[in-house]
Design a protein around this ligand. Structure first.
Ligand SMILES: [Zn+2]
Ligand SMILES: [Zn+2]
Length: 365
């Protein structure tokens, strides 16, 4: 019997047009799953890889914010990471990474995203078996070390797709920020992560949810997601910005700040906006060479904490899914995702994503 072939959009060079190629569908090994991709949203890091700002092995299938339906379960796969039964046809998402669970970081340090045998979806060369390693394809092959989460029926594909990168990452940052009800938060950046951070802050009862960006339409839109105060920093002096944030918080500064923009120079300004003992969560600058200068004594004298948060743990993805299910009528998550591009229009989708006009662009392979 001939092996069934399926299509994928393949990146073959930096900023080159993605090419539609066909690969044989992989045999499904023990503990793995084969999924028919129903939606993949384009993440900022897909654009970073495409533009060469981040190392990428060619040829590769980009896309890691994926939702799909199970077409085949490998031997031994009976339930997801929440112990919910899995069967063919179920809609699932999964952790951005496959980790071994046994290495120094997995076993001993609780850092599954730093696994010594880490694989990430949308990050690998697709020349060899199982080929289908990213979301810009008809199928995706889910390897045994991946944690799978069933998507609640109420959620649309567009609502669920960004959960396994943007939302789960913000949930991990939210946990690290340790914000209590009625505390004040500064969110630097009104991209996907900023929108989710604002919604979490609103849901968990923060008082002031201050969001900064340089795009007025995004600052307008994020008010629907819980932002109480928005500041457009274009042309604004750093000291005026810090004063504005302090004035909004009784003169003290915010309890925590989350940097979810790709701009290292805003980090020192964000640090100045913290109250004594404040927490700074760094998410945004995910490419090498992102340098900034600040006075280290300020960290000491004002008892500040700086925490880097990269990716997340499985519990954050489950928490994100629960959050979407519970709050989808409060926050218009669907509005974050525009376009429903078929695979053959992947290059239009990439151009739209690169333009920054949309928070998320959806590919429906
Ligand atoms: Zn991502
Ligand atoms: Zn490991």
């Amino acid at each position: 019997m001939a092996t069934k072939m399926a299509r994928a959009a393949v990146m073959t060079k930096i900023y080159g047009e993605l090419e539609i190629r066909e690969y044989p569908l992989p045999r499904v090994e023990q503990g793995a799953l084969l999924v028919r991709v129903t939606c993949c949203t384009i993440c900022g890091s897909d654009i970073l890889a495409w533009s060469g700002k981040k190392k990428a092995p060619f040829p590769m299938i980009l896309g890691h914010e994926i939702v799909g339906r199970i077409v085949k379960l490998g031997a031994g796969v009976v339930s997801d990471s929440g112990n919910r039964t899995l069967k063919v046809g179920d809609r699932i998402t999964w952790t951005i990474m496959d980790n071994c669970g046994k290495c120094y970081y997995c076993r001993g340090k609780g850092l599954m995203m730093k696994c010594l045998n880490l694989k990430k979806y949308g990050h690998d060369c697709c020349d060899d078996y199982p080929h289908f390693t990213g979301g810009f394809a008809e199928y995706c092959y889910i390897t045994p070390g991946t944690c799978v989460i069933k998507v609640p029926d109420e959620l649309t594909d567009a609502e669920a797709a960004p959960a396994n990168c943007a939302l789960a990452t913000v949930v991990a940052g939210w946990e690290a920020a340790d914000l209590k009800p009625f505390e004040n938060v500064l969110i630097q950046g009104a991209g996907a992560l900023g929108f989710y951070a604002a919604a979490l802050a609103k849901h968990y009862g923060c008082r002031r949810i201050i969001v900064t960006d340089i795009l007025p339409h995004r600052l307008e839109a994020i008010r629907e997601f819980g932002a109480t105060d928005t500041i457009n920093t274009v042309g604004m002096k750093d000291e005026d910005f810090v004063k504005t944030v302090r004035d909004l918080t009784g003169g003290f500064g915010v309890d925590a700040a989350m940097d979810v923009a790709i701009a290292p120079t805003i980090v020192p300004i964000g640090l100045k906006c913290l109250r004594m003992g404040g927490r700074y969560i760094e998410h945004g600058n995910t490419f090498p060479g992102a340098t900034a200068t600040f006075d280290v004594s300020d960290i000491v004298f004002r008892c500040l904490t700086i925490r880097g948060v990269h990716n997340y743990d499985t519990r954050h993805l489950q928490w994100g899914m629960d959050f979407l299910e519970q709050t989808r009528k409060t926050f218009p998550f669907e509005k974050l995702v525009v376009g429903r591009f078929p695979l053959e229009e992947i290059n239009q989708a990439m151009d739209l994503a690169r333009s920054g006009k949309a928070i998320r662009v959806a590919v429906v392979p």
